[in-house]
Design a binder for this molecule. Structure first.
Ligand code: COA
Length: 379
């Protein structure tokens, strides 16, 4: 096979149809089931967006009430999942904990071997409802804090923050968190979604596909970038007493040095968007509100300094992980919990894709060009 026929990384290859979302890099737009993600983030709850991704339409008020009641009922963590998490060392990355929890939930699901549409919807809803408890439970155990039980009088985002921090978050923080969940929910055939679709295409089960997708999301070239952004900020040094300008100057110098050393700086660049990520302006607006809320202008200085230095040197724009990282930091999440937050959100988009894959399935099995030794015989 000629070398030019190989598309490394499947770059530019259209693999299948999807009706879940449309990414248009030319117009920097992202539609979930036809709706601009910015409009959804400005007006809707994450629960409504989850319903939309799974059902193709926004819920009526009656449908939302029913959906919300089911989600709230599914929040408490299975005691066996808690035991398994407790058995994992705190040296394990929280993404390993999420991956293990998803796998245990699959093995224990009452509909484990049922892959009907109804069973898969129930499984997707169970994962969506209980993954926040996994993340919150894990952060608290790592901090030596007792777990906080979910509350059924709070929406998804408010309850997530409640279970993690043990106190009710103010409306502004809940709103910024809700925006981040909506923006992270879905992004067409990204690496983790595609990995899960490959698993689903073998007629494996939904939890196996989610477990595989979590593994794919962990890498710093994908979801792990939001965590890596915070490591960059830490390396430059977060100095709350510093002015915005001073922080920006230090960040610029850091970026110039990193680029001179040909380093890849996480949180910048995208395989599909080459003129900027459609989700960044909305997430950046949420970050701005959090910076004002917590009174931390120096973080904006670091943000601006890195962004402008990268733009001047290479014209590469930030991706969603860039504003999301410092937003989660300000809210009080530990850095290694950032990618699990992405998991909690992306479960919605993943499972919408996995059900779509099953609806019109064809085993995903590409070809390879062999470049090993010619045929030879065992001496
Ligand atoms: N920092 C520095 N340089 C970068 C860069 C970054 N974050 N992203 C891309 N580039 C440069 C590459 O070095 C390469 O330069 P070259 O042509 O001089 O070698 C060029 O831009 C193309 O990059 P490439 O990695 O081949 O593009 P891609 O489409 O395969 O990669 C990513 C897309 C996302 C993997 C890449 O931009 C990246 O690694 N970003 C950092 C990780 C990240 O934030 N991931 C989250 C994505 S939502």
């Amino acid at each position: 096979m000629a070398e030019e026929e190989i598309k490394k990384g499947l770059d530019g290859v259209v693999v299948d149809y999807t009706a879940v979302s449309k990414v248009n890099p030319d117009t920097n737009s992202l539609l979930y089931r036809g709706y601009p993600v910015q409009e959804l983030a400005a007006t809707r709850s994450f629960e409504e967006v989850a319903y939309l991704l799974w059902n193709g339409e926004l819920p009526s008020s009656g449908e939302l009430a029913d959906f919300t009641a089911r989600e709230r009922a599914g929040r408490p963590l299975d005691p066996v999942v808690k035991q398994v998490i407790d058995a994992l060392p705190t040296t394990a990355h929280p993404m390993d904990v999420c991956r293990t929890a998803a796998s245990v939930m699959g093995a224990r699901h009452e509909l484990a071997e049922d892959s009907s549409r109804e069973a898969n919807m129930a499984k997707a809803l169970d994962l969506f409802a209980s993954m926040p408890a996994v993340v919150a439970y894990d952060q608290r155990r790592r901090r030596g804090q007792d777990p906080v039980e979910p509350r059924d009088d709070l929406g998804y985002s408010a309850n997530f923050l409640w279970m993690t921090f043990g106190e009710e978050a103010v409306a502004e923080v809940v709103e910024a968190f809700n925006v981040s969940m909506i923006l992270y929910a879905e992004h067409s055939f990204n690496a983790s979604t595609f990995a899960g679709r490959v698993i689903m295409s073998t007629l494996s089960d939904l939890h196996s596909a989610v477990t595989g997708a979590i593994g794919a999301l962990k890498g710093p070239l994908h979801g792990g970038a939001n965590e890596a952004v915070m490591h960059t900020f830490d390396e430059i040094g977060i100095r709350p007493e510093e002015s915005l300008e001073e922080a920006a100057d230090r960040a610029k110098a850091w970026m110039e040095n990193a680029l001179a050393q040909k380093k890849k700086v996480m949180g910048f660049g995208h395989r599909v968007y080459k003129h900027g990520d459609s989700r960044v302006p909305t997430m950046k607006a949420a970050l701005d509100k959090m910076i004002a809320h917590y009174g931390r202008p120096e973080l904006l200085g670091l943000y601006n300094g890195l962004e402008s230095a990268m733009d001047e040197a290479k014209g590469i724009k930030p991706n969603l992980d860039y504003p999301a990282g410092p937003t989660y930091h300000l809210m009080g999440f530990d850095t290694n919990m950032f990618t699990p937050l992405f998991v909690a959100s992306r479960i919605t988009g993943w499972t919408a894709h996995f059900m779509e894959q099953l609806n019109a399935n064809s085993l995903i099995r590409p070809l390879s060009a062999y470049n090993g030794p010619d045929e030879r015989h065992v001496p």
